[in-house]
Design a protein around this ligand. Structure first.
Ligand SMILES: [Zn+2]
Length: 306
């Protein structure tokens, strides 16, 4: 300014790609601006200082009018008036809707999982959500969602407008992803409890699953400190696929798994396997191998792990 005081021109912007200056207010609100600042960009760098000062006060440029319009609109947007704000509100409520659906779906997954209930039905892909009756073939998850929708208008509206192939947050992919995420969380909590307990007993047991793949269940027994003392816990950790039947293979698989869980075999104070199974002979080899590594990992025979 004339008195050498400096002030910032809030309307002035510089475009890197065009290497030009613009006036935000005039660019947005002037019908036909006599200055390049409100049109294709100002590049008259030599006289920039004078021209910019002129733009600020010149009545021909109608800058002041535009400036007031610009600031008024900003104010309106802040206080949520006008069309833009309606759109903003819509985006916000859409976001809230999806967040809500996700919450309900997660609660449903958690409910079924904690109660050991199955999820899926036989005809999940042909589901018509507009039919609000329970259908056995839909399975527990979708029937539960349907039931919840009776008391949840947002969810009901979501189901009513679902079309085939559209994102629903209710597909088997989403169900599985949620189960996996929750399993990781639960498993981590258990592993942390075991680490806090310091010592533990390992229990492994092989059984073929429905598809005749040999699976080994991993259960860990440990003491959990409680307010009144200790509690003995036996926690299931994992199913391991097994494709070998030698003592060496099985013991290596067990040791690898303990390492993957960040559990130190040195802290192991007991090992037990299902002695009645056809694996009994193999387990003999396993326990002696682990005993050789840690003589305190006492073998407890005939202890059924489930
Ligand atoms: Zn202007």
């Amino acid at each position: 300014m004339a008195n050498k005081e400096k002030f910032k021109r809030s309307w002035l912007v510089y475009s890197k790609t065009k290497n030009a200056l613009y006036c935000t207010a005039c660019k947005l609100f002037a019908n036909s601006c006599p200055s390049a600042l409100g049109k294709d960009g100002f590049i008259n760098w030599k006289n920039a200082s004078e021209r910019l000062a002129e733009h600020d006060i010149s009545p021909v440029h109608k800058h002041k009018e535009c400036f007031i319009k610009w600031k008024t609109r900003l104010q309106q947007m802040k206080s949520c008036l006008g069309i833009d704000c309606d759109i903003e509100r819509q985006i916000h409520s859409e976001k809230e809707k999806w967040r809500h659906i996700l919450h309900v779906a997660m609660d449903a997954v958690m409910y079924l999982a904690t109660n050991c209930l199955s999820f899926r039905g036989s005809k999940e892909s042909q589901i018509d959500f507009t039919q609000h009756c329970l259908q056995l073939s839909r399975g527990n998850f979708l029937n539960l969602i349907n039931l919840l929708a009776k008391y949840d208008p947002t969810l009901k509206c979501h189901l009513d407008h679902l079309k085939k192939g559209q994102t629903s947050y209710l597909s088997k992919t989403i169900q599985n992803e949620m189960i996996d995420l929750m399993a990781i969380k639960v498993r981590n909590n258990i592993i942390n409890e075991i680490k806090e307990a310091n010592y533990f007993t390992i229990m492994f047991d092989c059984t073929p699953d429905v598809s005749h793949t040999e699976q080994m269940s991993q259960v860990i027994r440990y003491l959990k400190r409680t307010e009144s003392g200790y509690e003995i816990k036996e926690s299931f950790i994992d199913f391991l696929e097994v494709d070998g039947k030698t003592g060496e293979y099985i013991s290596q698989r067990i040791l690898d798994k303990l390492q993957a869980d960040d559990l130190d075999v040195e802290k192991c104070r007991g090992q037990s396997y299902d002695n009645g199974s056809n694996m009994a002979g193999i387990y003999k080899g396993v326990q002696s191998r682990i005993l050789r590594m840690n003589e305190l990992a006492v073998f407890v025979p005939c202890l059924h792990t489930h």
